[in-house]
Design a protein around this ligand. Structure first.
Ligand SMILES: Nc1ncnc2c1ncn2[C@@H]1O[C@H](COP(=O)(O)OP(=O)(O)O)[C@@H](O)[C@H]1O
Ligand SMILES: [Mg+2]
Length: 142
């Protein structure tokens, strides 16, 4: 499914609708260049899922942020700073790929081999001539 948004608010609206389709156990991989809107999209998804409080304290805070949400928990990961893919494994990311978690991963390509089957792919792309225009592609793979 492809969407085009012309500003931040339109991306938030897409993310909010997308969030309504998520269930515990879902893993979402968000790709796209720096500034494409991955974090903005994640924050909107989290709000829609009922996240209201700050991340819970955790030892892997820089890479995995854990939140309580409504009827689920949310793990928001940023794999950008990982030096080594095996580090992802050591962090125990698989624990977050099952209920009660919904897992959102930015820079998933840093550890592609650790992604589970059936990961939902969201790709955000800046459109060249329009500063605030984005193309958002959402793919549900089975
Ligand atoms: N249509 C749009 N959709 C999403 N973000 C947009 C849009 N137009 C402008 N922006 C801006 O682009 C930036 C995206 O930043 P961010 O979400 O941190 O990107 P990323 O996590 O992909 O590096 C924000 O400053 C946001 O306000
Ligand atoms: Mg980001």
């Amino acid at each position: 499914m492809n969407y085009q948004t012309e500003n931040e608010a339109e991306t938030v609206a897409i993310a909010t609708r997308f969030a309504a389709s998520l269930k515990p156990g879902d893993v979402v991989a968000l790709s796209g260049e720096l500034g494409a809107g991955k974090s903005l999209f994640c924050r909107a998804v989290m709000r829609a899922l009922g996240v209201t409080d700050a991340a819970l304290p955790s030892p892997s805070f820089a890479i995995i942020q854990e939140y309580d949400a409504h009827d689920c928990q949310v793990a928001h990961m940023d794999w950008y700073r990982l030096d080594d893919a095996t580090e992802i494994d050591l962090l125990g990311v698989r624990d977050f790929f099952q209920p009660p978690w919904i897992c959102l991963i930015e820079w998933p390509e840093r550890g592609a081999k650790f992604l589970p089957d059936g990961v939902i792919q969201v790709h955000l792309r800046c459109d060249s001539d329009q500063m605030e225009s984005r193309t958002i592609q959402i793919r549900w793979l089975e």
